[in-house]
Design a binder for this molecule. Sequence first.
Ligand code: OOG
Ligand code: NI
Length: 288
Amino acid sequence: RFEVDHQISRSQGHEEESLLLMRSVLGSMERVYLKRNPTAKAILDLVKSVDDADHICYDHLAFRTFGVKGHGIESMASFFLDYGYKQQEELKFPAKKLKALWFSPPSGLPHEDAATGSGVNGPLPRIFISELLVDQLSPQAQVSSSSDGWESEYAAWTLVNGYALNHVTISTHRLKTHLTNIRALNQFLQENGFNLNSEGGVLKVSPDGLLLQSSTVADSIPFKFSDGFTESVPCSYIEFAERLVLPQYKNLLKEEVKEFHRRDGFEVGNADKIFESTSKEQLTRRTG
Ligand code: OOG
Ligand code: NI
């Protein structure tokens, strides 16, 4: 009996220790992200200041990669798989020559809905990793990044920013005030002068109506190219997601609703437009 209990608590202790290590890696990524992206930092501060508690939950974190051996999705994913993340379905973006995979956090662990921290110290976020299908690009595009179009914008972003966080996503349904409604949050942010990605409309809605997303237009950062010239290039953005309760749980009381009662996963149609948050078109768009 003692032996068994002892072993269980030892393995739980071990699990907690490795999760702490993962959170500290995510914490460093978040620090770099907040330092380089003043808009994301300002929005997190603003939301924290009006939405009482210092308790923001991240719906997901997103990364971009190159689909060449040793640099694609799996190069980033292996880190999360090691900590118990589970691979979920693939999303395809043929026109953008991209694919993506998402990973769900280890479930059934004590931290899931009980986590009390904020951001990377809160409930573990989903992970969304995309990859440029390099072997589908034209021969010219494969050796230079000078060709026009989306692929080269994605390639340029990934070359300049590498494995940096592409965005963090605030889980709006886990906010406490009226900002829990993503439409109210979007309006509030626009009233405060923030520029939201307008591709296909500010609010992106999945066909089932249950996954609602929006995002800012990326910040820019000066980047020194190898030829000595410095140019302003897109950096990261911040996203917002509201996941509605699945139809089979619609009779649950508000306080009974847990994250797993809500719409999970991602949506190609939404993601396709969210990707444009770093596009030249969105960055140069005049607002108002
Ligand atoms: C990812 C865009 C898609 C989502 O939540 O669907 C996305 C990117 O811009 O790299 O974040
Ligand atoms: Ni996202």
